[in-house]
Ligand binder design. Structure first.
Ligand code: FE2
Ligand code: FE2
Length: 150
């Protein structure tokens, strides 16, 4: 991976957001429960917003971004991810998606540390917060579903 310039970093991040949009599209197609399907589509929309932010890099918009601390439930960290072939369970989808979000957080943290302009660091801090939030939503849903089955 070539992260030698800001343009390359942004290009890479845009490709990752594109991948997330595709992945949530595919996952929502596999979700049988309406609540889960809606959550996956909602996350897909947020990934679209991230892609747009990276493509526009509008100074005013970057200045207005709000960044909050996000709780990490760490549920998926200790679970094994199954490939999403054929019939997948509710839990498989949630673990798969949560692990993907964790990877996004890690990647954006690496990219962020290569930046020097405050407005762009802020953009990546925002993206990190957003992906952490996605992981939290997915893990909270997982937690709920496990309790429902008991
Ligand atoms: Fe994203
Ligand atoms: Fe995400």
């Amino acid at each position: 991976m070539d992260f030698s310039s800001f343009e390359k970093i942004v290009e890479f991040a845009i490709a990752r957001e594109e991948d997330a949009i595709q992945a949530y599209g595919a996952m929502s197609g596999k979700a049988k429960v309406p609540g889960l399907k809606n959550l996956l589509l909602e996350l897909r929309n947020e990934e679209k917003n991230h892609k747009r932010l990276l493509e526009d890099l509008d100074k005013k918009e970057l200045k207005d971004l709000e960044i909050k601390d996000v709780l990490d439930l760490k549920i998926s960290d200790y679970l094994v991810e199954e490939p999403l072939n054929g019939d997948v369970t509710f839990q498989d989808l949630l673990i798969f998606a949560a692990k993907k979000e964790q990877k996004a957080v890690e990647l954006y943290t690496v990219l962020r540390d290569r930046l020097d302009r405050p407005e762009f660091i802020k953009l990546f801090d925002y993206l990190i917060e957003q992906e952490k939030n996605h992981k939290l939503k997915l893990e909270a849903e997982y937690d709920d579903s496990v309790y429902q089955e008991d």
